[in-house]
Design a protein around this ligand. Structure first.
Ligand SMILES: C[S@@+](CC[C@H](N)C(=O)[O-])C[C@H]1O[C@@H](n2cnc3c(N)ncnc32)[C@H](O)[C@@H]1O
Length: 594
């Protein structure tokens, strides 16, 4: 019998746990498909490497403790409140430290038992906490004992509960019960994977398939916490929110977008949320297991605090769809979260709500329906050789007029006379023997050309540019868009030049390019790029193809001739205000939120 590693481990695991709800999955156990059936393999040897379990107690383990009001907010947000029968739920604190979350969890659990007249021993299975460091576990157990004895429970029961509830363990490597937890709350450690000893790092990567690249430990905490949830269960973490946008968060984004519901993200970047100052870009994130529901996004100022936290929690519970703007925070409700593993957008809650609305209701700029395409100009690897004003270096048909960033600064193409010495024709790379002047020129510059990576990889094609020239692009009307500007700057080339590498281009069969140019000139189009791109210092934006493709546009067929003419006119006059006003109307928006 043969098996293959299951392609989507998380998806299969979650399917599996639906049928076998309380299965214990050994950390790092390989989920495999046996002839189409799902099965679990025993934990692979790497996880049993004793070195993976060695802990240097004096090392860096991300011990940053959470302030009580933040903990209370998270417990309220996930509904861990004493009006519920908390002894019947399973709550998990995966990295308890000295008990910032554990204390309030135990207080609420104890109060819930009292309210229902249940002995606290009924809650033996209701709480699980762990920490890597024995000293932290000791202090947490002492805290549990203090809280419960103050609450009048018998010392014998209390001590037994404390040692059962709080364990020394590595959350990422301990056996995990899939589909067993109602809530997982905490503040996972901020430790970069590359700062973890090698054997443990290998075991982590093996146990948590979302921990890729330069991942941070918290990514694994999210993965394991999510996998441990029952249907309807919730994870509520205060944690860095970089995974929502950066490269290493890709698999975690895919896992969340594919199988969970991101219910809430409160950015708390400047808030004093921890007992010491850290620059971690934290956010409170609540994710539940189940189909994606509406999602609240909120942003806070540095002075956001206890009172604001209760107001915000009320807004979250209310289901209110209107944007809420208070002095210290702003919150919006999106109909659902963003899809896929591509970077999720950033911005004020009102901006995000707008982006979500546009993404849900308008087609993307690059679209087969309008035959619209976004691309980048040619990279050569040796601009000093390939780009020249000297028309004698090659046969005239081998010289391609090239537009550069400076050529379009005025808003029109004012070609500066540069050519690409073009080694391509429509059939591919030309034969040098057919073009003696070109051959001579490239031979004269062979040293520079051959030392480029692209030439080293393909020595017999040593005179190619990195990108091949797209047949017909020079002669096609196109919008040219320079990278690295504060706002979008689309310029129409009627079909006279080929774009250089710092220029992106948009071609289309379905759009009048002046009308499309007007839309792209509007601040709505720039808002998309602002939401998705990583801003450079000073607020410069990157207008790269990946961000331009995120822009949504109205359907050209649904636009009145009057609006189309007005947009084209605004484009011709470079009138951003008018273009924005028309665009807002076409997108059925009242204003462009800040
Ligand atoms: C950011 S602190 C948070 C502590 C506590 N939850 C709080 O909010 O104050 C993270 C804790 O994780 C613990 N830790 C680090 N790596 C761990 C691991 N692999 N498994 C369990 N705990 C870990 C650290 O010892 C530290 O106490």
């Amino acid at each position: 019998m043969s098996y293959r590693r299951a392609p989507h481990r998380q998806a299969l695991l979650s399917e599996l746990s639906d049928t076998v709800p309380s299965m214990t999955v050994e950390a790092g156990a390989e989920l495999v498909e046996f002839d189409g059936q799902l099965s679990l393999m025993i934990a692979p040897v790497a996880t049993h490497d004793p070195a993976a379990h060695v802990v240097d107690v004096d090392g860096e383990h991300g011990e940053v403790f959470t302030r009580p009001w933040v903990v209370d907010l998270i417990l309220d947000l996930v509904g861990y409140t004493d009006d519920r029968d908390l002894a019947a739920l399973v709550a998990v604190e995966p990295a308890c430290g000295t008990g910032a979350f554990l204390g309030p969890l135990v207080r609420r659990l104890s109060a819930s038992c009292r309210l229902r007249g249940r002995p606290v021993t009924d809650a033996a299975d209701a709480l699980r906490a762990c920490d890597l460091l024995p000293g932290n576990v000791q202090r947490s157990r002492e805290l549990v004992v203090r809280i419960l004895t103050d609450d009048g429970w018998p010392l014998g029961d209390v001590e037994a509960l404390a040692s059962m509830w709080v364990q020394v363990a590595d959350y990422l490597l301990q056996p995990m019960r899939v589909g067993a937890a109602d809530v997982v709350v905490g503040n996972p450690p901020y430790v970069r994977l590359e700062d973890v000893p090698d054997a443990r790092m290998r075991a982590y990567r093996h146990a948590c398939s979302t921990m890729t690249g330069r991942s941070d430990l918290y990514v694994g905490f999210f993965e394991r916490a999510l996998m441990s949830l029952k249907r309807g269960g919730q994870v509520g973490f205060i944690c860095a929110d970089r995974w929502m946008r950066n490269q290493y968060g890709r698999y975690l984004r895919a896992l969340v977008a594919g199988h969970f519901s991101l219910d809430l993200a409160i950015a708390m970047h400047d808030v004093d949320a921890f007992e010491e100052q850290v620059s971690a870009y934290p956010a409170i994130t609540v994710i539940s297991r189940g189909p994606q529901q509406s999602a609240v996004v909120a942003d806070t100022t540095a002075v956001f605090g206890t009172d604001d936290a209760s107001d915000l929690a009320r807004y979250v519970r209310s289901g209110n769809a209107a944007t809420l703007t208070a002095e210290t925070y702003e919150a919006s409700r999106l109909p659902h979260w963003f899809d896929g593993d591509e970077s999720w957008p950033t911005g004020s809650p009102a901006r995000l709500a707008m982006i979500k609305y546009l993404a849900d209701n308008f087609p993307p700029l690059e679209d087969v329906a309008t035959r619209t395409r976004v691309g980048i100009g040619v990279a050569t690897g040796a601009d000093g050789v390939f780009i020249t004003k000297d028309t004698t270096v090659a046969e005239p048909e081998r010289l391609l007029p090239l537009s550069m960033v400076a050529d379009i600064a005025s808003g029109r193409v004012q070609w500066s006379g540069y050519y690409l010495v073009n080694p391509w024709d429509d059939g591919g790379l030309v034969r040098l023997a057919d073009y003696p002047r070109l051959y001579g020129y490239f031979e004269d510059n062979a040293v520079a050309l051959r030392k480029r990576n692209v030439a080293e990889r393909q020595p017999d094609r040593w005179y190619r540019t990195i990108d091949r020239i797209i047949p017909g692009l020079k002669d096609a009307p196109k919008l040219l868009i320079p990278d690295m500007r504060m706002t979008m700057h689309p310029v129409l080339d009627e079909g006279r030049t080929y774009p250089h590498h710092n220029l992106y281009f948009v071609t289309s069969r379905g759009w009048d390019l002046k009308v499309l140019g007007g839309l792209l000139l509007s601040r709505v189009a720039t808002a998309f790029v602002e939401a998705y791109c990583v801003k450079m210092r000073g607020g410069t934006l990157r207008f790269q193809a990946q961000y331009l493709r995120r822009i949504r546009v109205p359907r050209p067929t649904e636009m009145s001739t009057h609006d189309a003419a007005a947009l084209a006119d605004a484009f011709e006059r470079r009138d951003v205000d008018t273009a924005t006003a028309i665009a807002l109307r076409l997108y059925q928006l009242d204003t462009l939120p800040e």
